[in-house]
Design a protein around this ligand. Structure first.
Ligand SMILES: [Zn+2]
Length: 247
């Protein structure tokens, strides 16, 4: 059966396709990744020329059979964009977030947490572009949680201790503490790591803690980021650009 379906969705990644068209991936309001073909989207006369910016919130209509992989986009209206003209850092963070969610969301799998998380991040970046790096660290933390690879930091995953400082994040037992895991002081997580993790878990996106506010915040941010990138196969292109700009 052929039909038109309309979704509230967030634009993830537009990729140029033959004859000035674009293949665009979206995260729907149900948290599913959908891909559509916009024919002639790059021609100046196209009615949707600005509708496919990364992380734009849109209403998009697809035309096509239920089972085909790439449906045709018949209509796409931009309702909200997180981009801030001339604000390089926040716009790079937008690109990183689009990349991450494009890799994590799946076709045929609905995960509404993904849409809620990405819309909250998008709104926060627009409201406070100077704090975009905090929103990125916040999103990375929750994406690890959604992927099921980030245990709760309340208790040590090995001995169950809930008061000794956390010293490391292990692959098999999650967070491990000083009571059961002897780690060289130089290599152990800095004091305050559990407290920073607790802040990440409890704050809404618009109050995401500053990832450079303390040694613990810096180390945990770096740790979670590299864990996430490893989970995604070791390479997320937009991070290279962000790193080059920030160093
Ligand atoms: Zn322990």
């Amino acid at each position: 059966m052929t039909m038109i379906r309309t979704h509230a969705a967030i634009v993830l990644r537009p990729t140029p396709f033959q004859e000035g068209g674009l293949i665009v991936s979206f995260l729907t309001e149900h948290g599913e990744r959908l891909v559509g073909l916009a024919k002639g989207a790059k021609k100046p006369a196209a009615k949707w020329v600005s509708s496919f910016e990364p992380l734009g919130l849109v209403r998009v209509s697809f035309f096509g059979k239920e089972q085909v992989e790439v449906r045709r986009i018949t209509r796409c209206e931009l309702q909200h964009s997180p981009l801030t003209l001339g604000h390089l850092e926040s716009n790079l963070v937008v690109a990183c977030l689009a990349d991450l969610f494009d890799r994590i969301a799946r076709e045929g799998v609905e995960d509404e947490r993904l849409f809620r998380l990405l819309s909250a991040c998008s709104r926060s970046i627009k409201a406070r572009p100077d704090e975009a790096m905090a929103v990125l660290a916040y999103a990375e933390h929750w994406l690890l949680h959604c992927l099921g690879v980030l245990p709760h930091p309340r208790t040590c995953g090995y001995c169950g201790n809930d008061s000794a400082p956390l010293v490391m994040l292990s692959d098999d037992r999650g967070w491990r503490c000083a009571a059961c895991t002897p780690v060289d002081l130089q290599e152990a997580l800095p004091p305050g790591s559990r407290e920073y993790l607790r802040l990440l878990r409890t704050a809404p996106a618009e109050e995401a803690p500053d990832p450079s506010s303390s040694e613990a915040a810096r180390v945990i941010t770096e740790l979670l980021r590299s864990r996430l990138i490893r989970e995604l196969g070791g390479k997320v292109g937009s991070y290279d650009v962000l790193h080059r700009m920030l160093t």
